[in-house]
Write a protein that binds this ligand. Structure first.
Ligand SMILES: C[S@@+](CC[C@H](N)C(=O)[O-])C[C@H]1O[C@@H](n2cnc3c(N)ncnc32)[C@H](O)[C@@H]1O
Length: 287
């Protein structure tokens, strides 16, 4: 079921199938904060209940207390399911549209470079890296631009969906008709009502799991641009700062960092300075 639109998330807490105490919620908050950096506010209790109740059912457990004990014993598959259940994956093609012409111009100025490397660091179900890829094809007027996009996310379910590259047509409604024709193959038979991204577009992207909270990121830059949009909002300022600090050596000296519409890095002006609306550049370009 779609995590975002689940009605269960707002249903009356009196109807709950399992006992879910403040202490359970507190424990969950601490675990997901430590593991993924996600800060859950008190208003997220119903959401947490409904998403994790499914995990209790799947594991045949009768209480949140037992579930959390089971989780803390260190079952890796359950950790993955727990994390996947608690991420919020809302995204869209060409979300925050004004970023894409900026990205196109940025790469056009680097046309003579052998390879342009981009990183989409919270790629969710793929709409964002595919939008970046479409922008690159348009910038270079070629389906084989000298561009590589690394797309990473913590959540393995959304990564699997992104890798498939199949979207229902309603998700593609807002795309210009030309983009739809140029970049997607409409499904037939069983697949009617959906479309798949063209393999040429898919080939520009590598999908990998990466937890932005991990000490070591198994990636090598330098990147000409990093997209880190609408994920920092889930992290507190010290966590954001740590991540921003790790972005610095991964960017080319004139590289750009794209943030989400409600994200501001004013607390890290020693690292990044605002160039234009939600687009940052390195504060110190000479490293
Ligand atoms: C709201 S979505 C934003 C997607 C996309 N960047 C956009 O702006 O449309 C946030 C994404 O961040 C991912 N995420 C949350 N915590 C993360 C972490 N610690 N490391 C990497 N990705 C994380 C979630 O799995 C989710 O897919």
């Amino acid at each position: 079921m779609d995590k975002i639109s689940s009605l269960e998330e707002i249903y009356d807490s009196n109807l709950r199938e399992y006992v879910f105490t403040e202490a359970d919620f507190d424990r969950i908050k601490k675990l997901i904060y430590k593991h993924a950096g996600i800060s859950l506010s008190a208003s997220k209790q119903n959401m947490v209940y409904s998403r994790l109740a499914r995990r209790l059912r799947a594991n045949g457990l009768n209480s949140f207390h037992d579930y959390l004990n089971f989780l803390e014993k260190g079952n890796p598959a359950e950790w993955e399911a727990f994390t996947n259940a608690l991420t919020t994956n809302l995204t869209a093609f060409f979300r925050e549209q004004h970023h894409f012409p900026i990205l196109e111009k940025h790469v056009e100025q680097r046309k003579n470079q052998k390879k342009i490397q981009l990183w989409c660091s919270a790629s969710s179900t793929g709409e964002e890296p595919y939008s970046m890829a479409m922008a690159m094809v348009q910038a270079f007027k070629s389906f084989t631009p000298p561009v590589h996009i690394l797309a990473t996310d913590l959540d393995t379910n959304v990564l699997a969906k992104a890798q498939l590259g199949i979207y229902s047509l309603d998700k593609l409604e807002k795309l210009p008709k030309d983009n739809l024709r140029q970049f997607f193959l409409k499904g037939k038979g069983h697949h009617i009502g959906s479309a798949r991204v063209r393999p040429e577009l898919r080939n520009l992207i590598t999908f990998r799991q990466l937890n932005l909270l991990d000490e070591n990121w198994p990636i090598r830059g330098p990147f000409d641009a990093i997209f880190c949009r609408n994920v920092m909002i889930y992290f507190d300022k010290p966590t954001q700062y740590k991540i921003l600090k790790k972005f610095v050596p991964l960017l080319t000296p004139d590289g750009l960092l794209f943030a989400g519409h409600s994200e501001s890095f004013q607390h890290a002006t020693d690292l990044f300075k605002l160039r234009e609306k939600t687009v940052y550049e390195l504060a110190n370009k000479r490293r």
